[in-house]
Structures are given as structure tokens and as C-alpha cells.
Design a protein around this ligand. Structure first.
Ligand code: FMN
Length: 141
């Protein structure tokens, strides 16, 4: 049965809220992960894309926000993950959006897009269009 729901993006955003501001500008349906790692993560029952900023140490270690790790450690959530969007800052050079690369490699899903900080109008447009196309191509509606 086809669902009429829009593409779903689950995202983490710290108190600087760059990622939150980006997601608010898109027309996707979204679910924000809890700010505090001690809080219980949501359990998702349909396909979603995970959007996460990188928060690495200088050697790139520990760049995936622990709140996202806790969320993905729930098997049902991992089973519904279809792709990753990376948020970051190109000042980090080779480590730009490295958290998205790590999650994608580990969970065997594609990195669909990368954007800096709170994203540009072009980023918003590309994510809106790209996710709708991805949902159609993969029969996720
Ligand atoms: C301590 C720290 C480490 C960071 N590490 C990376 C990094 O390895 N790669 C990257 O692309 N951006 C890195 N960033 C930039 C953040 O990912 C970027 O500012 C992002 O927009 C933060 O999103 P948020 O405000 O939604 O939490 C880092 C930022 C901080 C403060």
C-alpha cells in the first residue's frame, strides 16, 4: 500500500542549531533527535534519511554525535535507514562531513548530500528535489 507521507528526515542538531535551521527551510517531514544522550531516542517505523553534523576531535575520532549512535543502535531504526545527509564545515578539510561518511559506510547506505553550516537556498532546493526523486526511485512513498 502506498503511503502519502513526505520523505522523512531524522536529524541531530546541537545548541548551535545550524542543522535545525537548515531542516526548517526544507519541506521534508522531520524528527529531531534529543539533545541529551541520556534521553531515550525515538523509534521510527518507516524509511528515513539521517542528517547529522560532524563533531570530531582533531584526529577525526568520535565525529558521529553520540545521540545519533544511540538512535542507530536501535535495530528497528537501523533497518529503516535509507541514506545519510552530512552537515559540516569545509574548514575541516578532509574531515568535512566525515560523520555522514562513517555512518553510510557502517550501515551500507549512500551519502545523498553534504552542506555547510545552515546551508544555502541552493542546498535547500537540491535536498527538497533530491529526496523526492530518491523516494520515487526507491518506491519509498
Ligand atoms: C568541536 C567541533 C568539531 C567539529 N568537527 C567537524 C568535522 O570533523 N567535520 C566537519 O565537517 N565539521 C565539523 N564541525 C562543524 C559542525 O559540524 C558544523 O558547525 C555544524 O553546522 C554544526 O551543526 P549544529 O549547529 O546543527 O550542531 C565541528 C564543529 C565543532 C564545534
Amino acid at each position: 500500500m502506498k503511503s502519502q507521507q513526505a520523505p522523512l528526515v531524522v536529524y541531530f542538531s546541537s545548541i548551535s542549531e545550524n542543522t535545525h535551521k537548515f531542516i526548517q527551510k526544507t519541506r521534508v517531514e522531520s524528527l529531531r533527535l534529543p539533545l541529551l544522550t541520556k534521553d531515550e531516542p525515538p523509534v521510527v517505523d518507516r524509511p528515513f534519511v539521517l542528517c547529522i553534523p560532524s563533531y570530531g576531535r582533531p584526529n577525526g575520532a568520535g565525529s558521529v554525535p553520540p545521540q545519533a549512535v544511540k538512535f542507530l543502535n536501535v535495530e528497528q531504526n537501523r533497518a529503516h535507514l535509507v541514506g545519510v545527509i552530512g552537515a559540516g564545515n569545509t574548514n575541516f578539510g578532509d574531515l568535512y562531513c566525515v560523520a555522514a561518511d562513517k555512518v553510510a559506510a557502517k550501515c551500507q547506505v549512500p551519502v545523498l548530500y553534504r552542506f555547510e553550516l545552515m546551508g544555502t537556498a541552493e542546498d535547500v532546493h537540491k535536498v527538497n528535489e533530491g529526496l523526492e526523486e530518491f523516494w520515487i526511485q526507491n518506491s519509498l512513498y
